[in-house]
Design a protein around this ligand. Structure first.
Ligand code: UTP
Length: 290
């Protein structure tokens, strides 16, 4: 069965960006001039996803407004003859079919995914975490869907990380079966450096089989009292194979301050209207932090 639907858990509290995220969802923070979540929605569309389901929560209405029609804004832009901006604004609301449901309490990523159960139904689905922005020639999710179409089971996106960083990620233990492809044998959420089974870290893109919902329902709360998606995927291994794809492309952790600033610089440098000026500015800074 084709991967048609994508789930976007966006109900987290975004505490690493406080106070910016007190009243603004983290997913709406701009990377140059586009909210983080829009980059991911565009990746989903470029990967032939037909329906986007966003899991929101308290204080997240800006996400729904962003992907909706804004009559007032469109009328003002039309009246002022700002056709380019009018197109930008209209294009956002015509991207794809959106549905929304709420996670009433931030009880973890596993719980957020479970909130999408009724809207997903019994079919494989993609999951995008808006924190992870991936710049790639072939969209990361498209690379994963290509593997899914061959294997017909859950696929996780993984990236090699420096050994000292493994305790910030879910880490896989696996056997390499093809170039960049691993059969997953075990998963550990945020292991201590000396207990990590590899340096292959799970990044915020997943393709999951619908059976995952039963396993999330059976999963007891893990670290921090939250329902961990990693624990449910680990349990799913008892029923089905799971593969991990070391995708091609550059990943930015935009959920973290340093990663967010790096992403802004990298994306601004790529822009035709800004790149040269930003490069000039960076050269002028002559920073010496040693
Ligand atoms: P994070 O842990 O990175 O996001 O969750 P957070 O909790 O919002 O941010 P910090 O750590 O406090 O700064 C990864 C993704 O899972 C979603 C988040 O919105 C984010 O996209 N999430 C997390 C939920 O939807 N619900 C939750 O209960 C937890």
């Amino acid at each position: 069965m084709k991967v048609r639907k994508a789930l976007f858990p966006a109900a987290g509290l975004g505490t690493r960006f406080l106070p910016a995220t007190k009243a603004i969802p983290k997913e709406m923070l701009p990377l140059v001039d586009k909210p983080l979540i829009q980059y991911c929605v565009e990746e989903a569309i470029a990967s032939a996803i037909e329906e986007v389901i966003i899991i929101t929560g308290m204080g997240k209405t800006a996400i729904e407004d962003h992907f909706d029609t804004s009559f007032q804004l469109e009328a003002v832009l039309a009246e002022k003859g700002k056709d380019d901006l009018l197109k930008v604004v209209k294009d956002v609301s015509n991207l794809v079919h959106f549905s929304y449901t709420r996670q009433k309490e931030a009880k973890g990523l596993g719980h957020a995914v479970l909130c999408g159960k009724n809207l997903i139904g019994h079919e494989p689905f993609a999951v995008f975490l808006g924190d992870d922005i991936i710049s790639a020639d072939v969209p990361c999710m498209k690379q994963m869907i290509d593997v899914y179409n061959d294997k017909g089971c859950s696929i996780l996106a993984v990236k090699r990380v420096p050994r000292e960083d493994v305790s910030s990620y879910g880490i896989i233990k696996g056997r390499q079966v093809e170039d960049r492809l691993y059969e997953v044998h075990d998963l550990v959420e945020k292991p201590p450096v000396d207990e990590a089974p590899s340096d292959l870290a799970i990044i915020g893109r997943y393709i999951l089989m619908p059976e995952i919902f039963e396993f999330i329902e059976k999963t007891p709360p893990g670290r921090g009292g939250e329902l961990q998606l990693t624990d449910a995927i680990k349990a799913l291994l008892s029923l089905q194979p799971v593969y991990a794809l070391e995708f091609e492309g550059e990943r930015f952790d935009a959920g973290d301050k340093l990663g967010f600033i790096k992403a802004n610089i990298a994306f601004a440098l790529q822009r035709e209207d800004l790149g040269k000026d930003i490069a000039k500015y960076l050269q002028q800074l002559k920073i010496d932090q040693t």
